[in-house]
Design a binder for this molecule. Structure first.
Ligand code: NAP
Length: 244
């Protein structure tokens, strides 16, 4: 029970990787603030998480003011925040030549600004506590770039610079900031991709299979745990060997 008496905020907890992370942290003792865009999907997550261990909060992570209010609500409900996992994310794929301003802004505002919003929202609390663990979910697309994903890859690469900067700013207060970069994980996000895309991705995965949300949850749980107390500003790639 590595997270006994700890409180973890997990964004994008309604399904996929975020739900697996929330379940894993709850199974190891954490109380979870499950963040999703709507109250109904947040409540769905709560029902799936270890009984009585989670509360659901609805917020668009891109909305700075509302994120601040949710962070205050979580603090009022639970009294502390030990772990923040910025997992909420989306794609609006398309070639740069044809990409609309809206698709660019939506992806950057959700994936990058959303993470910043939550980090700012919990920072003061973690600084007062003199402890905290922040884990941001990037992507191999942010490491290598990906044709058709300039907005998404920029947001995910941005998370690396953001995380390393905050790792430096917050280290003296015993707060670590790390990144997990998943490869191709079986979720709703990848479920919509055409079969030919999946086949060509699979051909580039040395371990010969797609990852499961639980693979990412295990890496996040490690980086959020006391065992990772001497690791900060790092990126752990969990991708079956796609990027070496
Ligand atoms: P998913 O199944 O599509 O789930 C996305 C989650 O993010 C949902 O809970 C969704 O909540 C939430 N979300 C999206 N926009 C939001 C917003 N503006 N405000 C609040 N919540 C929002 O995605 P996934 O595959 O689990 O991906 C999770 C994270 O891993 C993402 O950051 C993604 O970029 C990253 N990732 C995934 C893969 C992969 O292969 N699947 C690979 C690399 C990185 P709602 O229920 O409200 O929609």
């Amino acid at each position: 029970m590595r997270f006994e008496n700890q409180v973890a905020i997990v964004t994008g907890a309604s399904r996929g990787i975020g739900l697996a992370i929330a379940k894993r942290l709850a199974d190891e003792g954490a109380k979870i603030a499950a963040i999703s865009r709507s109250q109904s999907s947040a409540d769905q997550a709560v029902a799936a998480i270890n009984e009585g261990r989670a509360k659901g909060y609805a917020v668009d992570v891109a909305d700075k003011k509302s994120v601040g209010e949710v962070c205050e609500k979580v603090l009022a409900d639970y009294g502390r925040v030990d772990v923040l996992v910025n997992n909420a994310g989306l794609t609006r794929d398309g070639l740069a030549m044809r990409m609309s301003e809206e698709d660019w802004d939506t992806v950057i505002d959700t994936n990058l600004k959303g993470a910043f919003n939550f980090m700012q929202g919990v920072m003061r609390t973690m600084i007062k506590q003199r402890s905290g663990r922040i884990v941001n979910i990037s992507s191999v697309s942010g490491l290598t770039g990906n044709a058709g994903q300039s907005n998404y890859a920029a947001s995910k690469a941005g998370l690396l610079g953001l995380s390393k900067s905050l790792a430096r700013e917050l280290a003296s207060r015993n707060i670590t900031v790390n990144v997990v970069a998943p490869g191709f994980i079986t979720t709703d996000m990848t479920g919509v991709l055409p079969e030919n895309v999946k086949t060509s991705v699979l051909a580039n995965i040395p371990l010969g299979k797609f990852g499961e949300p639980e693979d990412i949850a295990a890496a996040v749980a490690f980086l959020a745990s006391p065992e990772a107390k001497y690791i900060t500003g790092q990126c752990l790639t969990v991708d079956g060997g796609m990027v070496m």
